[in-house]
Design a protein around this ligand. Sequence first.
Ligand SMILES: Cc1cc2nc3c(=O)[nH]c(=O)nc-3n(C[C@H](O)[C@H](O)[C@H](O)COP(=O)(O)OP(=O)(O)OC[C@H]3O[C@@H](n4cnc5c(N)ncnc54)[C@H](O)[C@@H]3O)c2cc1C
Ligand code: FES
Ligand code: FES
Length: 496
Amino acid sequence: MSSQLAEAARRPPTSITLVVNGEPHQIDSPDSNKTLLAYLRETLCLTGTKEGCAEGDCGACTVVVTERHGNGTRSRAVNACIQLLATLHGKEVTTVEGLAGRDGSLHPVQQAMVDCHASQCGFCTPGIVMSLHALTTSTPNPTRTQVECALAGNLCRCTGYRPIVDAALQADAGGENGNCSSAWTQKDACPRGLEEAARGRVALDHPARRYWAPETLGEFADLRAVHPDAVVLAGGTDLGLTITKKRQDLPALLYIGRVAELRRIAFSKTHLEIGAAATLTDVFEPLVDHFPELAEWARRFASPPIRNVGTLGGNIGNGSPIGDSMPVLMTLGTSLVLRCGPERREIPLDEFYTGYQRNVLVPGEFIESIRVPLRVAGSRLGAYKISKRFDQDISAVCAAFSIRVDGGRVAHAKIAFGGMAAVPKRALHCEAALMGEIWSNDAVHAGMRALTQDFQPIDDMRATKGYRQLVAQNLLYKFLLETTTAGRISVVTSEV
Ligand SMILES: Cc1cc2nc3c(=O)[nH]c(=O)nc-3n(C[C@H](O)[C@H](O)[C@H](O)COP(=O)(O)OP(=O)(O)OC[C@H]3O[C@@H](n4cnc5c(N)ncnc54)[C@H](O)[C@@H]3O)c2cc1C
Ligand code: FES
Ligand code: FES
């Protein structure tokens, strides 16, 4: 190899490569703030993928992204409106245009939508079809509940969900690459070959915006230390809205999603170690397996397309006061491993926040992993999300409780709330009121009163301060009722 070629091979690629509906596309120095939806609709003229809300809420823009996973591939529904194009390097995108067979025959999901009269104006239909395609590909013969969960991020305003759910139950795509005749399942574009072509660090040199996507943890840590002003980009489900809704530029982005070490999730003897770039979908599986009480909370966290790309590190890094993971993780005694260059430090999650969306990270530092201690024998957990809609809504209040009762008395109590203060926060007065007491109505009523010392919530469009305070108190009472058989039912209707 000539020295020029060797030098070129060492340099990170300044272009990205992805496959769309079986066709490879190389894009030279793309704008790192461009969304996948803009690329599909404006550059490739694939206008079947719609734009409704441009904030991950309505599902009209749902596409399926296939990427390498272990020795095979994995396909998941994603919201194209907030997915940044550059993060698709080395992946395959299927849009609604790629579903029908080459002979024009409809995909089984499309056919079922026709047969069940599951579309009227049709605006939501491509997104619904793509969500159901992702479901039926991974889950043959899904149940009604699985269908409802898969559609949690797809709004239909005119047809109504009964015929859509009927269509989903009727469609038989045959599971993983089954009898579906679509271009996607024919696998004539080989994601493996694509991934080979896409191996190595990416550094895009668009004139106005810089973007790095390293592949190793060491390289990521070095880049983070050298470019402390660059914003860490994970799934982009918070950051994407900065571009699409706030109309702001993100001039320097450091993408974490290609670092395999940061997507790893592993049990040790003492804790569950979660890489900061692991997606919520991947995190919730082992977490709910270990703490089954978290099942409904996990189901109600955003929607599948958001959980498929959003990360736990991003939820914590964003630090929204109404973020749902932090109260739960705080009650579990979670700590964060923070890294700056080669240096690491571990801090409890409940010491991470210093104010509204502010934290203890120093310039150049990032969250490397999240350590969740394993269940202590005899402990009881509760996690409750209060929002106006059951699915895909932001919490007015999120409550999490962890207690252990020894000999009838509270031997351990960790309680935390979201939506009650400028940061997700432990309820230390409430915990103190419960510790050592008999786990009973009396102790819990004292704990409910103590919550007024812990929190002075605010009014906003989601709830009034009075409602927040009352619902927080009543959630503690609900937890008592759910953990005992003897609790007297007397729901509080005014402040204790
Ligand atoms: C439609 C919709 C519904 C949603 N529903 C919910 C919900 O129900 N509950 C909820 O809590 N949230 C919800 N969210 C918010 C969002 O999905 C979560 O906060 C998600 O976990 C963010 O992860 P991400 O990987 O997309 O983060 P990104 O958007 O990539 O990053 C978010 C922030 O964290 C920082 N960051 C990311 N990784 C790191 C790291 N390793 N170290 C340091 N900083 C880092 C980024 O710089 C950025 O400031 C919703 C969002 C949308 C669009
Ligand atoms: S346009 Fe609504 S979720 Fe993307
Ligand atoms: S068919 Fe009109 S919004 Fe669903």
